[in-house]
Design a protein around this ligand. Structure first.
Ligand SMILES: Nc1ncnc2c1ncn2[C@@H]1O[C@H](COP(=O)(O)OP(=O)(O)OP(=O)(O)O)[C@@H](O)[C@H]1O
Length: 629
């Protein structure tokens, strides 16, 4: 019997063995069957069996599952996640598999500490004195102690807190020198820690960071990768579930966040070879980053499916490779040509798939990746020899049509290498106008990203807050991955070195905020990717209209002026006032909506849109026909 038929048997009729039992009449054979059934049941709950079941789901139902396991993953976990999706490709739809809320995964990857200080390293960090309660917490954690009392005893034994010995030494020194110890000297004498990553608890995925202002702080993530995690482990843990999701017809987003030089490009693309500008994906595949690995796996999965899977699914892949530099979005596959016919319409051009190039194999994607690589803005700074000077977004689009389903299912995989947040002094970008402009553009995009994350986590009067996706091109393009309909993972890249403590703390704090955001994972079918953005604008328009209705009122003014015959006359003018700022906001939103939908309205044409020229309901500062007194 083949593996797939065994698995089908296992899946579809687990009670078969029990039916066999009921047929056994003599005692010996009954015992034998009981023994066999126990072994069979052991097998059923073993990891091997779950692997078989996944194979069966793939072959019979066309549900793709990864070929290998990630960090702390089991086949059972993957099976339990995949099984509810078994009707994805059938005409009979399972609503649970079609829409599901899931939180954004946050994974932390720490750059290994350099043995020798590099020439780009900043000044050494100051020492930080921790408050007593944090110091006790640290001892409790490192020595697995249950109470503060036990931790205090350890601290006293270590003799490095306010022990009798320390107090004695202090007073002796004071007497000998005949002078009082200043508060600064007192602090210097206390046990202290240097800032940065203090320790990592891999078992429970926790990171402890020491910061100047806040002392010791603890952060928990979905995964904290080991210090020397390989590219392979990073991919398996952070990106492979997203690729699986993408092949099964859902949108996925993976982005690398962190300060400059913390390893984002290393994680997303792989190490850069200075002797060869082009990435050589045919060699040294162990060093490939997430992007080449994801492209490779997608084509492998499609090939396997074509050869082995019973459901017939036609699939085509295309790729866009985009650079976001401030408010301009350019196409790396078209020699950095601006996307769209205007700056404002750029994101529409990208989200509508107009920057896509079709790719038939992994080799095709490598060619395009290399083409884009040559166009990227990179430069040497004091923090990174080859620093990305813009945000880079790669979008894989997969269009699939299962013969059983009829309709086309479109899924997108967004892979983003964000520009690094940068302290201008540290990176010495402030000495060069161009570098400064680049850093400011990067930081502005990241700031907008943080604002969106904060809004996604907050509520006003029990309702979800407005998310300012429209504040920057970066957040507009990322709206699917942040609070949209995509399965998302953020890789938090950070340096462990003490001089980067503040930036590391900033990265982990962002990670904590983003990991509280939930996305509503849905199949996008042929829906426009813009729907999400448009919904957001429509909500804002509705809010503005409500404010206008509530606050706007007619105000009558008496104005004295000379008429055409040089005579003084008094005119009564009636104006709509009270919602001027909402009116301006409404105008802005209507413009944005028009740009996104491609209906290039001129605001003069907006007369027909509610709120413009409709004096009964709104009428922006409209003057009524003056009446002579
Ligand atoms: N996990 C790692 N293992 C080994 N080397 C690493 C790792 N992470 C980063 N590096 C090295 O550190 C240097 C800086 O990394 P990288 O260029 O990826 O940083 P970045 O975060 O993309 O910076 P920027 O935002 O300035 O572009 C590179 O030489 C890279 O090879």
């Amino acid at each position: 019997m083949s593996t797939s038929s065994i698995t089908t048997l296992v899946l579809e009729d687990e009670s078969l063995l029990f039916s066999i039992l009921s047929f056994c009449d003599d005692r010996t054979s009954r015992n034998e069957v009981l023994f066999l059934s126990k072994r069979f049941l052991d097998l059923l709950t073993s990891e091997v069996s779950f692997r078989w079941r996944l194979q069966c789901l793939h072959i019979v139902h066309g549900i793709y599952s990864p070929p290998t396991l990630g960090l702390k993953q089991t086949w059972k976990d993957i099976y339990l996640e995949s099984y509810p999706q078994r009707n994805l490709w059938s005409a009979h739809k399972n609503s649970k598999s079609d829409s599901e809320s899931n939180k954004i995964l946050a994974c932390m990857r720490l750059k290994p500490v350099l043995d020798e200080p590099s020439e780009h390293q900043a000044a050494p960090a100051e020492k930080i004195v921790l408050p007593l309660h944090q110091r006790l917490a640290l001892i409790r954690m490192s020595q697995n102690l249950k109470s503060n009392r036990e931790a205090l005893r350890v601290l006293q034994m270590q003799g490095d807190w306010f022990t009798a010995q320390w107090q004695q030494e202090k007073s002796c020194n004071e007497e000998a020198d005949g002078k009082e110890i200043t508060p600064q000297e007192e602090v210097a004498g206390l046990p202290s820690l240097i800032g940065g990553v203090h320790s990592i608890d891999h078992e429970n995925n926790r990171v402890f960071v020491v910061d100047h202002t806040k002392g010791l702080r603890e952060f928990s993530f979905d995964h904290v990768l080991p210090d020397l995690s390989s590219q392979d482990m990073t991919y398996e843990t952070c990106a492979r579930p997203l690729v699986t999701n993408f092949v099964n017809g859902f949108n996925s987003t993976c982005l690398a966040y962190g300060q400059t030089g913390s390893g984002k490009s290393h994680t997303m693309f792989g190490p850069h070879d200075p002797s060869n500008e082009l990435m050589s994906f045919d060699q040294n595949s162990s060093q490939w980053g997430i992007i080449p690995r994801a492209c490779y796996e997608v084509f492998q999965a499609l090939e396997y499916r074509q050869a082995n899977v019973r459901i017939e699914i036609d699939a085509s892949v295309s790729m866009s490779y985009i650079e976001i530099y401030g408010e301009s979005v350019s196409d790396l596959l078209r020699e950095r040509a601006p996307c769209g016919h205007s700056k404002v319409a750029a994101q529409r051009y990208v989200l509508d798939g107009e920057a896509e190039k079709s790719v038939a194999s992994f080799e095709d994607t490598v060619k395009l990746l290399n083409q884009g690589e040559l166009q990227k803005r990179t430069a040497s700074t004091a923090m990174n020899e080859r620093s990305s000077r813009a945000h880079t977004l790669l979008i894989l689009t997969l269009k699939q049509r299962a013969h059983t389903l009829g309709q086309v299912v479109t899924s997108r995989l967004f892979l983003l290498d964000l520009g690094g947040s940068e302290n201008l002094k540290k990176s010495k970008a402030n000495t060069n106008a161009q570098r400064t402009k680049e850093a400011v553009n990067i930081n502005l995009g990241l700031l907008a990203l943080k604002r969106c994350t904060a809004a996604l986590n907050s509520t006003t009067r029990g309702k979800k807050s407005h998310v300012p996706y429209l504040d920057s091109k970066l957040t507009m393009l990322l709206s699917e991955g942040l609070g949209g309909n995509s399965k998302s993972c953020v890789i938090l890249c950070a340096a462990q070195d003490p001089e980067h403590a503040k930036e590391t703390l900033d990265t982990v704090a962002f990670g904590r905020a983003i990991s509280n955001v939930s996305n509503d994972r849905k199949r996008s079918d042929e829906e426009s990717m813009l729907k999400h953005l448009l919904n957001d604008i429509d909500m804002s328009i509705a809010k503005c209209e409500e404010n206008i209705r509530r606050n706007e009122r007619w105000e009558t003014k008496t104005v004295k002026q000379t008429n055409a015959y040089d005579e003084m006359e008094t005119k009564v003018t009636t104006l709509l006032v009270g919602a001027e700022s909402d009116r301006l906001e409404l105008e802005k939103l209507l413009r944005r909506r028009a740009q996104l939908t491609g209906t290039a309205i001129d605001i003069a044409d907006a007369e027909n849109i509610v709120g413009f020229g409709n004096a009964h309901s709104y009428g922006m500062g409209q003057q009524m026909v003056p009446k002579n007194e």
